[in-house]
Design a protein around this ligand. Structure first.
Ligand code: BES
Ligand code: MN
Ligand code: MN
Length: 458
């Protein structure tokens, strides 16, 4: 370890208690991007992040308006002749319901068993914070950074990053960099630090069907007309075959098959299928025939019914033939599937399956493109060395089933490869009650993030 590494890592150890207090301040702001009643909190959170960027010593730090929630931009570009990294993260969080299942209130961060519990602890405020404090450690000890950094911290990731592409297009020169660094994914497991090289994409749609003009007495009318809920169920049930393959014509056309070498690599990861089954609490796992669980999660597309409603669901019984039924349906996509094309194919197919007894409307919600990042890029190797310093272990290489829409945009619009060095854990309840972050991973993540800037300068 070089002496400058020691100085920076020592600073992180010495200031950890204060850093935790500051993390708590960040976590107390209820920046729920999906809910209009939290609009002012989201704006306040953007100002808070901008203020923090300024306080740690960046030369530029501001919350910039968009057509939605603000984007926070910051930079320090004093390392002449050195590369530039663009750090991306998001300060918005998911809604907190069901609230009664939280053991401590979601916006009152609490430490239990070495974990900090709060909405946003792992997704993604804790991981954004990790980068801020790593930068602070450099700027407060050596007065500089080994390379140039720019930060792009958005407030709409959890609602599909709808305004971010336009922001990036409008600020192309300002955002120019050599590599993007993102911490918004999970480690493979506790004690197994990792670098993620692939994310799935997403296409999300809502299906609404209408039968009779109004709800009807099921005794007076039942038997003479179709039930819209039943018809919708038939459409949905027809979307997969007995091998759990998706039946939409053309759906798999653009799926890049897994190379044999990659299947071997994924097969070597220390994945405990039985522990996974127990953790999710199902009697048996299931998925597309011919693939392992990790392949199904990371490298194969899916179709899920996210929710379904219609008719009478209240207390007691009501003999009604409902007029309408709805469902939310989404597909996770893999390279080289395109969310727009998949939404087109799904729409055409459900319309084809729709019987003459109902009318069907399909509405498109948000989407995101899948991506793979180049494993042989020197920045990925630099991150691997940084993680080895931070965690004391070489990372493994993983993919993820989730989506970060900006990764594809950064590649397409700015030509940037992304290094995905997340420090979350799969079982930290992201998007669920009792979200938490492991404090040891946070500490080691801060050390890795600090070391990364030395490694990238080499
Ligand atoms: N941090 C997640 C993405 C993620 C999830 C990475 C799981 C690795 C594993 C991100 O905040 C997220 O939740 N993304 C959404 C995207 C959607 C709203 C467009 C997702 O994946 O559902
Ligand atoms: Mn996230
Ligand atoms: Mn999320």
């Amino acid at each position: 370890m070089t002496s400058s590494t020691t100085v920076v890592l020592t600073y992180l150890a010495q200031h950890h208690e204060r850093h935790l207090d500051e993390l708590f301040e960040f976590l107390r702001i209820p920046s729920i991007s999906a809910l209009t009643e939290h609009r002012a909190d989201v704006a306040r959170c953007a100002e808070h992040v901008a203020h923090q960027l300024h306080a740690i010593g960046l030369t530029r730090a501001e919350a910039l308006p968009t057509d939605g929630h603000p984007v926070v931009y910051g930079e320090w570009t004093g390392a002449l002749g050195q590369p530039t990294a663009l750090i991306y993260g998001h300060y918005d969080v998911q809604p907190v319901d069901p609230l009664d299942l939280w053991e401590s209130p979601p916006f009152q961060p609490t430490i239990r068993d070495g974990q900090v519990y709060a909405r946003g602890a792992t997704d993604d405020k804790g991981q954004v914070f990790m980068h801020l404090k790593a930068l602070e450690a450099h700027l407060r000890t050596t007065g500089r950074l080994p390379i140039n950094v720019k930060l792009l911290i958005e407030g709409e990731e959890e609602i599909g990053s709808a305004n971010l592409d336009a922001f990036i297009a409008a600020h192309r020169d300002q955002l120019a960099a050599d590599v993007a660094v993102i911490s918004d994914t999970a480690m493979f497991a506790r004690g197994v630090p990792s670098i993620c090289y692939g994310l799935r994409g997403l296409a999300y749609l809502q299906l609404d069907v209408v039968g009779p003009a109004s709800d009807l007495h099921s005794g007076s009318f039942g038997g003479a007309l179709a039930n819209p809920i039943e018809d919708l169920c038939k459409i949905l049930a027809a979307l997969k075959d007995e091998n759990r393959r998706i039946t939409i014509p053309g759906f798999y056309d653009d799926v890049r098959p897994l190379a044999e070498a990659e299947r071997v690599e994924l097969g070597l990861l220390p994945f405990d299928e039985e522990a996974f089954r127990r953790k999710v609490g199902v009697p048996a796992l299931a998925g597309e025939a011919g693939y392992t669980t990790l392949e199904r999660l990371w490298a194969r597309p899916t179709l899920e019914i996210n929710g379904m409603w219609g008719g009478f669901t209240g207390e007691g019984s009501k003999t009604v033939l409902p007029a309408r039924a709805s469902a939310k349906v989404s597909c996770r996509l893999v390279p080289d599937q395109d969310p727009e094309r998949i939404a087109d194919l799904l729409t055409e197919h459900v319309q084809r399956l729709c019987p003459p007894t109902i009318s069907l409307t399909v509405t498109r919600m948000h989407g995101g493109k899948p991506c793979l990042t180049p494993l042989d890029h020197p920045a990925v190797q630099a991150a691997a060395r940084a993680i080895e310093v931070g965690f004391g272990k070489r990372p493994v290489f993983t993919r993820e089933g989730g989506t970060i829409p900006v990764v594809a945009t950064l590649a397409e619009q700015l030509g940037l490869p992304s290094v995905l060095m997340g420090i979350g854990l799969r079982d930290e309840n992201t998007h669920a009650p009792n979200e938490h972050l492991d404090l040891e991973n946070l500490r080691n993540g801060m050390r890795s993030a600090a070391q990364l800037w030395f490694e990238l300068a080499r």
